[in-house]
Design a protein around this ligand. Structure first.
Ligand code: GRF
Length: 219
């Protein structure tokens, strides 16, 4: 049966685009994006989804008096689509514990760093300031603690001596577009799951997942 994804976004939507393409080409097997929900009406990703015929919705956090009330409304909206997986794709809101626990094991995020390094914002500038040689992206199951959930897949990219945050971000973003579809396919296929706070891979780990765990993407 076709698996359903609900994507939550706040902006540009380039990860949405890579996930959409992966659903269309079968890189993510037997899955469709059932809806894209944004907390910002002006998010460019919404137009991209509409052009692809995907239902879109906006729930603006500024219309709610508290974080809890916003998350309750969001949860009701998401649940209407009965998703197999809820995918945070540049969703720039911190979620309440109640929301996260409702979807535990079915809620994933992509973060632009090699977690646990650089949780939070401005990861590229912080990586350059720290002088690290490698930076990257992580796909992880979401737990209540911010950017601290168990990692499913990471991709590393080199930090060049003449990098500025924008150049480094572009290199990391290309890696994000490679690993997010792979991670979603692995979770939806049942190859990996969240159990007792850890990511468990089915054994034997399928060979295509082997290469996906830590691909080093150098461009
Ligand atoms: C990405 O860098 C993602 O890692 C972070 O927000 C950004 C979203 O970009 N969480 P886009 O909207 O998918 O282009």
């Amino acid at each position: 049966m076709t698996k359903k994804l609900v994507l939550l976004i706040s902006g540009r939507g380039s990860n949405l685009q890579s996930i959409l393409r992966a659903c269309q080409t079968g890189q993510i097997a037997d899955a469709e994006i059932a809806a894209v929900i944004s907390n910002r009406a002006e998010a460019p990703g919404l137009m991209m989804a509409q052009a692809a015929g995907i239902p879109t919705e906006v729930t603006d956090h500024r219309d709610f008096p508290s974080r809890a009330e916003f998350d309750t409304a969001l949860q009701q909206q998401v649940d209407r689509y009965a998703p197999d997986l809820v995918v945070l794709a540049g969703f720039m809101r911190q979620l309440t514990d109640t929301f996260v626990e409702h979807y535990l094991g079915r809620l994933v995020n992509i973060h632009p760093s090699l977690l646990p390094a650089f949780p939070g914002l401005h990861t590229h500038a912080r990586a350059i300031a720290q002088g690290v040689c490698w930076h990257g992206a992580s796909v992880h199951f979401v737990i209540p603690e911010l950017d601290a959930g168990p990692v499913i897949i990471q991709a590393a990219v080199p930090v060049h001596t003449d990098d500025d945050p924008a150049r480094l971000a572009a290199r990391v973003l290309a890696a994000e577009h490679e690993i997010y579809p792979r991670a979603l396919n692995a979770v939806l296929s049942g190859w990996c799951s969240l159990k007792e706070g850890r990511v468990i891979w089915s054994t034997p780990v399928p060979s295509c997942a082997d290469t996906a765990i830590n691909p080093v993407i150098t461009r």
